[in-house]
Design a protein around this ligand. Structure first.
Ligand code: MG
Length: 163
C-alpha cells in the first residue's frame, strides 16, 4: 500500500481567563488586565498547534505527552512543549510544512502581536515565518469567549516525511 508523504492534523484548545495571570499567546507575553489559567502558561495558540502536529501523526494529544498531573509541567513555558512536539515528529521521520491557527477572544487585540508570534513560533517549528499563519477574531460577544470567561484557538498543521 503506498502512503502519501503528507499528513494533516487539527488542534483545539481552550483556557479560562483569570485575574493575576500573565497572558501568553503564540509564545509572546501580551499586556492585558488578565491572563489564561492553566497548569502550564496556558498558551492556547501553542497548545492548539501542538495538538494539530500530534494529530497529524496520530500520536495522541498534548495531555498524553504533558499531563497536567505531572509537576514537571507546572507553570511550563509552552514554547518548550512545542519544541518537544517538533522533536517528537523529527524522531519519527517527519517535518512541519505549515501551520494555520485561529484564536478567538474579545480582548485584547491580537493583530498587533501577530508578527512577534510568527517570529517566535517559526524557529520552534523549524519553518520560515511565511509558513506560520495566525488569525484572530472575536466571538461577537456570544458564549463564554464573548463574555470574556475564556478564549479558545484552533489549528491545522501539515507535516511531510523527511528525505
Ligand atoms: Mg491548553
Amino acid at each position: 500500500m503506498s502512503v502519501p508523504p503528507f499528513r494533516v492534523g487539527t488542534g483545539y484548545d481552550v483556557h479560562r481567563f483569570a485575574k493575576g495571570r500573565e497572558l501568553w499567546l503564540g509564545g509572546v507575553l501580551i499586556p492585558h488586565t488578565q491572563g489564561l489559567l492553566g497548569h502550564s502558561d496556558a498558551d492556547v495558540i501553542l497548545h492548539a498547534v501542538c495538538d494539530a502536529l500530534l494529530g497529524a501523526l496520530a500520536l495522541g494529544d498534548i495531555g498524553k505527552h504533558f499531563p497536567d498531573t505531572d509537576p514537571a509541567w507546572k507553570g511550563a513555558d509552552s514554547k518548550k512543549l512545542l519544541a518537544a512536539v517538533v522533536q517528537l515528529l523529527d524522531d519519527a521521520g517527519w517535518l512541519v510544512g505549515n501551520v494555520d491557527c485561529a484564536v478567538v477572544m474579545e480582548q485584547p487585540k491580537i493583530m498587533p502581536h501577530v508578527a512577534a508570534m510568527r517570529a517566535t513560533m517559526a524557529p520552534l517549528l523549524r519553518v520560515p515565518e511565511d509558513a506560520v499563519s495566525i488569525k484572530a477574531t472575536t466571538n461577537e460577544q456570544m458564549g463564554y469567549a464573548g463574555r470574556e470567561e475564556g478564549a479558545f484557538a484552533t489549528a491545522v498543521a501539515l507535516v511531510y516525511r523527511k528525505g
